[in-house]
Write a protein of this length. Structure first.
Length: 232
């Protein structure tokens, strides 16, 4: 494997649109990329090969990767193999969509972030929220080398500074400026309903959105819910 601050082999669980875009960006950045779907990896082998990645079973992706991105529908998070992911750096790129996840009060409770729910399920894993608030089409189109004019930004939220550094370096390698959102609980500022969700902006603009969250309509709703019921 690698040193604590580098990712050489990146695993991606989820071979949909987001997973495919991230696989291509990571392969273009020189990473060894392994991608898994819920079923037979042979189904996606040709498409992944065209992106510069390798299709593999879930167990192989987890075991051989330095970090694993979750690019699945959020509603399936309880199906993730918590035992296999214990000790792993896990990058949560999932969001709650009622259209695909169904109406789920547990996934839309403003008293907690969805990444905290994922962390609770993946006890022993090191969860960092990132690569979730920009649409996959913008991720595909907007990647730029470091220092390039018009480079866009991706927020990173996590509790462990070393893990946040690793994920920030990955974001940079993929073609975006990393912006620290805060601890994992701050991931709620990146979820649907927040100004930063869907934002295709530079680092300064993203920083302003994050700093203004608690004065925004969504931030006020979150604050009131937490005052009334206490954070879960």
């Amino acid at each position: 494997m690698t040193s604590a601050r580098t990712i050489q082999t990146l695993g991606i669980l989820g071979a949909g649109r987001l997973g495919g875009v991230l696989a291509r960006l990571a392969a273009s950045a020189g990473l060894h990329v392994l991608v898994a779907r819920s079923g037979d990896p042979a189904v996606i082998a040709g498409r992944m090969r065209a992106l510069g990645a390798i299709a593999a079973p879930v167990e192989t992706v987890i075991a051989e990767s330095d970090a694993v991105i979750l690019a699945l529908p959020l509603g399936k998070y309880r199906m993730l193999p918590a035992g296999d992911l214990r000790g792993k750096l896990v990058i949560d790129a999932m969001n709650y969509w009622w259209g695909s996840d169904g109406i789920r009060d547990d996934l839309s409770d403003p008293r907690t972030s969805t990444s905290e729910l994922v962390q609770t399920h993946l006890a022993g894993a090191r969860v960092v929220k990132a690569l979730s608030h920009m649409g996959y089409q913008d991720l595909e189109d907007e990647a730029r080398p470091a220092g390039a004019s018009g480079r866009k930004a991706i927020a990173v939220a996590g509790d462990n500074p070393a893990d946040v550094d690793v994920v920030s370096s990955l974001v940079d390698a993929l073609g975006f400026d990393p912006v620290l959102a805060g601890p994992l609980a701050s991931g709620i500022m990146l979820e649907p309903g927040a100004e930063a969700f869907g934002a295709d902006v530079d680092a300064a603009q993203l920083r302003d959105m994050l700093d203004g969250f608690w004065a925004s309509q969504r931030g006020i709703v979150v604050a009131r819910a937490r005052e009334a019921g206490g954070a879960t």
